[in-house]
Ligand binder design. Structure first.
Ligand SMILES: [Zn+2]
Length: 91
């Protein structure tokens, strides 16, 4: 797991060929999004998830990453742990 925080106001344009950031994550990660990836969160169901933009907290690589989160965790302003994989926005 890895510690991250949400990036605000960074929804941006979904890359060509994808309907959503969630679909983008699925394609690059090679798996379906079925649960919120925040450690300790029990929200499941693809319809309850978004492809959230996050930044790694302890690694200063300046990259933005996508990870499936529930709506509530997508609104968090603190730092929290998620399970990998994270998919870089410009993968
Ligand atoms: Zn969650």
């Amino acid at each position: 797991m890895i510690k991250v925080k949400n990036l605000k106001g960074t929804a941006g344009r979904v890359p060509n060929g994808y309907d959503s950031w969630l679909e983008y994550w699925e394609a690059k990660a090679g798996q379906r999004a079925t649960k919120c990836m925040r450690v300790g969160c029990s929200v499941t169901g693809r319809a309850n998830l978004v492809g959230a933009h996050v930044k790694k907290v302890d690694i200063y690589d300046n990259k933005w990453y996508i990870v499936p989160l529930c709506q509530a965790d997508n609104m968090r302003t603190d730092e929290f742990f998620v399970y990998e994989p994270l998919v870089p926005v410009n993968a």
